[in-house]
Design a protein around this ligand. Sequence first.
Ligand SMILES: *[C@@H]1O[C@H](CO)[C@@H](O)[C@H](O)[C@H]1NC(C)=O
Ligand SMILES: *[C@@H]1O[C@H](CO)[C@@H](O)[C@H](O)[C@H]1NC(C)=O
Ligand SMILES: *[C@@H]1O[C@H](CO)[C@@H](O)[C@H](O)[C@H]1NC(C)=O
Ligand SMILES: *[C@@H]1O[C@H](CO)[C@@H](O)[C@H](O)[C@H]1NC(C)=O
Length: 245
Amino acid sequence: MTNPLFFSFFLLFIFLLHCTKTSAQAPAAAPSGPPNITAILEKGGQFTMFIRLLESTQQDDQINTQLNNTNQGLTVFAPTDNAFSSLKSGTVNSLSDQEKVSLVQFHVLPTLMTISQFQTASNPLRTQAGNSDAGEYPLNVTTSGNQVNLTTGVNDATVANTVFSSANLEVYQVDNVLLPLDIFAASPAPAPSKPEKDLPAATPKGSSTDDTNVDTSAAALSLNHRAPTVLTFGVAVLAAVAFRP
Ligand SMILES: *[C@@H]1O[C@H](CO)[C@@H](O)[C@H](O)[C@H]1NC(C)=O
Ligand SMILES: *[C@@H]1O[C@H](CO)[C@@H](O)[C@H](O)[C@H]1NC(C)=O
Ligand SMILES: *[C@@H]1O[C@H](CO)[C@@H](O)[C@H](O)[C@H]1NC(C)=O
Ligand SMILES: *[C@@H]1O[C@H](CO)[C@@H](O)[C@H](O)[C@H]1NC(C)=O
């Protein structure tokens, strides 16, 4: 026995359901512009040092531009502030501008990689720092289920969680700054578990002529590094043009 009243209500219910569904989908579908790596990391709340390094090396602009143009997407390994402060004092600040650029680029893969893609990736991974040959910028991945570890040949890092995920960008939090062989092979690897009494941030500012404090010099660095970087780049371009066969 059919009940016409019930049937009408049923139709009305379906209709309303459809309306709420479509109206709920409308705002989500609105385009929000290309992803902005700085904004994404700021939202994460614990990447201040990495953001400064991205800005001082102008890799933030580089990444945003690439995101706007890439078909393959990007993967960014973002070390936490804790990762930076557990480095030996001066580890980052003693680097040249070019080395700082390479260090940042070593944390970026020119392809989007999901956690499950790491499980089948072949080592070494290619990073934006370039050459992944032994002694240069190799980055190896090892996985066990959903756990992903990275090893550089100098130190290791664990992928802690996903900070951001979209169609062309994956940002993962890592618990250590990835130190590439090309830059850090000669220096002894910082002891990962040794408790450091003398964290970089606690170093007295007047204690040395050179600023070995990551915290303060990152800001200073962003003010004065641009000209030399541009100059270095200009020289490199000139050299490349001059030696072109
Ligand atoms: C990206 O986000 C940062 C921080 O929120 C902001 O200062 C910057 O202007 C943004 N860049 C673009 C291209 O929107
Ligand atoms: C992204 O690409 C569009 C179209 O090519 C362009 O209009 C826009 O300025 C670009 N935005 C950035 C941040 O590069
Ligand atoms: C990743 O590293 C952690 C800490 O060093 C270790 O306990 C774990 O076994 C490693 N997992 C893999 C898959 O290498
Ligand atoms: C990385 O993987 C390659 C290929 O398996 C291997 O030859 C190399 O020794 C590995 N390097 C490190 C530091 O694990």
